[in-house]
Design a protein around this ligand. Structure first.
Ligand code: UP5
Ligand code: MG
Length: 199
């Protein structure tokens, strides 16, 4: 069978910017498979017999970025499994990755030539909006990092490590920026305009 090369859109933005929410909307309307690196890490954390459970747990609570060897394997496996189940599913939204130099290097090492990064969808809003949304969600999410102490670290990590990655892609003309500070529907209108243009 002819196996298509995976087509990837990296979805980036601060904690709580709405990456997961908008990816869910995209999946309803376009032929993309959503892979959240954070969700994959949280699933691995609670997988029986995982050797990385404790490490992932402490990194997430501290808002630190897990070593890429772990994350890239989870992503690669998820992409492979998706394409093995349905060869038409070769378009991926990779949500919350790459977050730092280490992530980017790991991606390049493992995936260069094996997947095409089409562009970066960047959900842009202020840290205040990010914090408010995560604290609001924290009332019911059960996420160990939706508290003020973890959030401060997540924001710090985002500003120090992830923004430079977005800037790097920006220099390559690969960033599509969405104003993420408005309501969910309005943000999605903006997303649609981009995806309809990019195909
Ligand atoms: N909400 C969403 N959109 C809204 C809107 N337009 N108006 C009002 N409210 C809106 O949304 C967050 C909350 O806001 C929700 O309650 C939603 O209803 C509301 P969501 O869509 O979940 O935002 P998202 O950007 O996905 O926020 P998330 O918290 O998932 O972002 P993070 O990037 O912080 O979390 P992630 O799961 O990606 O990573 C968690 C941790 O995992 C990281 O801190 C890190 O420790 C680790 N990690 C790695 O180490 N490596 C990786 O590659 C990935 C993660
Ligand atoms: Mg998310």
């Amino acid at each position: 069978a002819l196996i298509m090369k995976p087509q990837v859109v990296f979805v980036l933005g601060g904690p709580g910017a709405g990456k997961g929410t908008q990816c869910a909307r995209i999946v309803e309307n376009y032929s993309y498979t959503h892979l959240s690196a954070g969700d994959l890490l949280r699933a691995e954390r609670s997988r029986e017999g995982s050797e990385f459970g404790q490490l992932i747990d402490s990194y997430i609570k501290d808002g630190k970025i897990v070593p890429v060897e772990i994350t890239i394997n989870l992503l690669r496996k998820a992409m492979e499994e998706t394409m093995e189940m349905d060869e038409k599913k070769f378009r991926f939204l990779i949500d919350g990755f790459p977050r730092n130099e280490d992530n980017l290097q790991g991606w390049t090492t493992v995936m260069e030539g094996k997947a095409n990064v089409k562009f970066v969808l960047f959900f842009d809003c202020t840290s205040e909006v990010c914090i408010d949304r995560c604290l609001e969600r924290g009332k019911s999410s059960g996420r160990t990092d939706d508290n003020r102490a973890s959030l401060e670290k997540r924001i710090q990590t985002y500003l120090q490590s992830t923004r430079p990655i977005i800037s790097l892609y920006e220099k390559q003309g690969k960033v599509r920026t969405v104003d993420a500070s408005c309501g969910v529907d309005e943000v999605f209108d903006n997303v649609k305009a981009i995806l309809d243009k990019e195909g």
